[in-house]
Design a protein around this ligand. Structure first.
Ligand SMILES: Nc1ncnc2c1ncn2[C@@H]1O[C@H](COP(=O)(O)OP(=O)(O)O)[C@@H](O)[C@H]1O
Ligand SMILES: [Mg+2]
Length: 452
């Protein structure tokens, strides 16, 4: 249970850390990319503006101007930076161009990003309309355009390096955080586990200590009741009330002691295991419960469809099925039936304890296996019982590697199904053709609950 808690804690911790890291990474990436593009735009704008005065000269000299430019050698800078400058006339017709990027697009004023199929995949351009000349007419005339472009390859490289770096960083961080979390969750769970163990030990000790005095009371009461002539008639009723309350308290302390002991991981079943014929246990229990059932006007049917043997502890298995049988009889009104059926599939012995009793409401079904839980109807029936019977049954089934499921309908009846793994000999003893696959789960869709 604590291991499960520990893994959950670790998983939640890692999820939170991963979310924080991804948000942080995304923030850094967006911020960085934006500033890189802003820098690029600034560069393009400066370049375009510095080329504006050259337009009239380009118009006049055309190619000759570029030859002069080459002498100045900023053409080389353009080449190195993967930039280009293009001059257009007022109609948008290209005049000359310098640089490595050939766009073959009409000029469009402003900043644009152009997607291309070939490399470089993206080009950022800035186009500036150049006006001037006729100042007397007060309306500046358009002289042409200057477009500067630069490939974004460099930025894309930086972006992918950033992504790589951050990805590797995140993985390393998560690994370290996982290790730290593993250690931290161990430290966090330890005190909880210890106090839980102390609580269980306390329950075990308290029930153990209570058992002695209670047994003494019961023995004394039994002795007194064996001599009714010595009891004042007025006290007879009180005495039987004491006897019944004492029996109930003994039962409760026994149940608590049992649960406290089965909760400890050290209390492994391995030592007490031996091959057990389930059919004999069930038959004995049926014989034992027949008088109780008859007294309540309930009929018990036992159907044995397979001789099944499992590895387990006899007294515990007996306790498991007697808890289920007692419930079946207890919660079934007179005239009803309790049916016990033993079958198997190739892995499990399957025992159904089905009754035609009061049933359990769907909203109450999830709680039936909880400790001390009793349906209100069950409480009001004054049938006795502690609310621990099913918890004990589940604990025993789980210690045998099995489980219990329940299917119930209010006022119709309940069916508790126990699955217990067969022992190795029994698993191989059945010829393949004879193996009857009984579905483990899913058939009883209605109001179905499985013990956790
Ligand atoms: N066969 C059944 N039919 C109807 N209700 C049941 C049946 N078995 C168990 N329950 C319900 O589950 C509750 C818990 O059962 P259990 O753990 O055996 O405690 P107890 O029998 O001592 O009350 C019961 O109080 C009852 O409400
Ligand atoms: Mg019970």
């Amino acid at each position: 249970m604590f291991q499960y808690l520990r893994w959950r804690l670790l998983l939640s911790y890692l999820t939170v850390m991963a979310t924080i890291l991804s948000l942080f990474g995304a923030g850094v990436y967006v911020f960085f990319s934006r500033s890189l593009y802003r820098e690029l735009d600034k560069k393009l704008q400066t370049l375009a503006e510095s080329a504006v005065p050259s337009l009239s000269e380009v118009k006049a000299k055309k190619e000759q101007y570029l030859k002069d430019v080459d002498r100045v050698s900023w053409g080389e800078i353009l080449y190195r930076e993967r930039q280009s400058v293009e001059w257009f006339d007022a109609d948008g017709q290209p005049l000359v161009s310098k640089g490595t990027l050939n766009l073959a697009l009409p000029p469009r004023p402003g900043f644009w990003t152009i997607e291309r199929m070939q490399r470089p995949s993206q080009i950022r351009t800035f186009t500036i309309p150049v006006t001037g000349g006729d100042t007397e007419a007060n309306s500046p005339s358009l002289e042409g355009y200057i477009r500067v472009s630069q490939s974004t390859e460099e930025i894309e490289t930086i972006q992918s390096q950033l992504l790589w770096g951050m990805g590797m960083g995140a993985v390393t961080t998560l690994g370290l955080v996982g290790l730290a979390g593993f250690w931290l969750s161990q430290r966090a769970i330890e005190p909880v586990e210890q106090s839980f163990q102390r609580l269980k030990q306390f329950t075990a000790d308290a029930s153990h200590e209570l058992r002695g005095p209670l047994t003494a009371i019961k023995a004394s009461v039994d002795v007194m009741r064996n001599h009714p002539e010595r009891i004042h008639p007025k006290d007879a009723k009180k005495l039987s009330a004491i006897a019944s309350a004492t029996s109930q308290m003994i039962e409760l302390t026994e149940d608590l002691l049992f649960l406290a002991r089965t909760d400890t991981p050290s209390s492994s079943l391995e030592t007490g295991r031996s091959p057990i014929a389930l059919n004999t246990i069930l038959q004995e229990l049926v014989d034992l419960f027949v008088p109780f059932a008859q007294e309540k006007g309930v009929q018990i049917d036992y159907q044995e469809l397979a001789a099944v043997s499992i590895d387990g502890e006899r007294s515990q298995l007996s306790r498991l099925f007697s808890n289920l049988l007692r419930n079946g009889i207890q919660y079934t009104p007179s005239g009803g039936r309790v049916m016990l059926r033993l079958t198997r599939n190739n892995r499990f012995a399957i025992i159904d304890v089905k009754d035609t009793g009061i049933g359990i409401a769907p909203e109450e079904l999830p709680f039936v296996f909880d400790r001390f839980w009793r349906a209100d109807k069950a409480r009001s029936r004054r049938e006795g019982g502690t609310g621990l019977g099913l918890s004990i049954a589940v604990a025993i089934a789980q210690r045998h590697g099995g489980k219990i499921t329940v299917n119930s309908q209010l006022k119709v009846g309940s069916c508790f199904t126990v699955y217990l793994p067969l022992n190795a000999a029994a698993t191989s003893s059945l010829p393949a053709g004879q193996r009857r696959e009984l579905p483990l789960e899913g058939v009883r869709a209605q109001s179905m609950q499985t013990s956790k």
